[in-house]
Write a protein that binds this ligand. Structure first.
Ligand code: ATP
Ligand code: MG
Length: 370
């Protein structure tokens, strides 16, 4: 798929921008703080309705303006699809084909994006939250149902935690209500976990050979799912739900004592190993970077396999960080098939092959020159 056209209005440091792209590689060059990441962020927002760097949407609106708008024209399966995100003090609107979509699950997934930015190293190095966010975003963009179940899960989890807090403070003893919420929670938890397991199967099968290639056939990558319950990954939804129910029964008193939900997909994690070694704890910076890159490249193939088209690739400030060997590996993966957006402060660190085939833009103070 492609983004043919992008339009920004009052987005970050942009006043108004209309820009068309090459369907191959687009390179954005500019000094620090000129608006390169803002541009990548705008494309990301169009795909996920969320920024990759902030949860405070007000920050996206240009200072002293009332609203921000990002519009794009996506080309997918020989159709042109208009997308708009409008952010104002009244909230956020997501439009597909000019019609507002109230449910995120009806919007997310039209534009598929894989982003690789410096902070993606936190996929390996950071907290479990980073890795859960990764699964949630990636799985969400290929399965609208996942977005739905996750949203429901989070809503019920909040209610359940609230009730547990009240029970902890002895303000209520409503065990019946607790059991109702537990059952609802478990029905979504089962969906989430089963879908995560299937997703991981796919991710592993793509990521391991890619990692092996990037590491010059030296490293075997393994990905383990660390669940807060004891469950085998080939378990089906009924089985998973059953295990959750048993566990919640077993820990009920403890949960009331703590005033918190102690197991569930919101407590799970991923662990990456190369040649049997935990990369987060023992991996070198290079190994951590290679792992993150392998996972991102795997995602490209995974999405292509699930959706039938390649996603768009955003490489914010990372290309020049990769050595020649890894850059060419990345280029081999994208070749001419993936519309790619690259940002950099200097053209020097970038493979001449990439540059020679790319459209080059200069970014300066919220303006883009072709
Ligand atoms: P670097 O090379 O350092 O990564 P960059 O070109 O990626 O730089 P961006 O992060 O895209 O830089 O842009 C940062 C600029 O945008 C900063 O100058 C910042 O002050 C400005 N900016 C951020 N948010 C807003 C906003 N809401 N309104 C106006 N300007 C903003
Ligand atoms: Mg930047």
């Amino acid at each position: 798929m492609l983004i043919e056209k992008l339009n920004l209005k009052y987005y970050r440091n942009y006043d108004e921008l209309t820009i068309s792209f090459s369907d191959k590689v687009n390179v954005f060059i500019g000094e620090n703080a000129q608006g390169k990441t803002n541009l990548m962020e705008a494309i990301y927002l169009l795909a996920f309705t969320k920024s990759h760097r902030t949860t405070k949407e007000k920050e996206l609106i240009k200072w002293d303006k009332e609203f921000a708008k990002v519009s794009g024209r996506v080309r997918k399966r020989n159709q042109t699809i208009p997308l708009d995100i409008i952010i104002s003090s009244k909230g956020k609107k997501a439009k597909l084909n000019h019609l507002e979509q109230r449910r995120l699950s009806d919007y997310i997934g039209v534009l598929n994006v894989v982003m690789f930015a410096p902070e993606d190293l936190s996929l390996v190095k950071g907290s479990p939250q980073n890795r859960r966010k990764f699964i949630d975003m990636e799985l969400g963009q290929i399965q609208p149902k996942y977005v739905y179940h996750l949203g429901q899960y989070q809503k019920i989890l909040k209610q359940r935690n609230y009730l547990l807090k009240q029970m902890q403070r002895k303000q209520t003893k409503d065990v019946t209500m607790l059991h109702i919420l537990t059952e609802q929670l478990v029905s979504h938890a089962g969906e989430i976990l089963e879908r995560r397991f299937r997703f991981l199967d796919l991710l592993r099968s793509w990521a391991a050979p890619i990692h092996y290639g990037i590491s010059r056939k030296l490293e075997q990558l393994e990905i383990k799912y660390s669940a807060s319950i004891e469950v085998l990954e080939d378990a089906n939804r009924e089985k998973i739900e059953h295990i959750y129910m048993e566990k919640f029964r077993e820990i009920e008193d403890k949960e009331i004592e703590r005033g918190n939900t102690l197991v569930g997909p919101h407590r799970d994690d991923l662990i990456f190993y190369v040649n049997g070694m935990d990369v987060q704890t023992y991996g070198s910076q290079g190994q951590q970077r290679t792992t993150a890159l392998s996972i991102k490249l795997a995602e490209i193939e995974l999405i292509r396999n699930e959706i039938g088209e390649y996603p768009i690739l955003l490489l914010d400030d990372v290309l020049s960080e990769l050595d020649d060997y890894r850059q060419s590996h990345l280029l081999n993966t994208i070749q001419d098939r993936v519309q790619t957006f690259v940002t950099t402060t200097s053209i020097d660190g970038i493979h001449h092959e990439t540059i020679s085939q790319a459209d080059i833009y200069r970014v300066e103070d919220g303006k883009v020159h072709y």
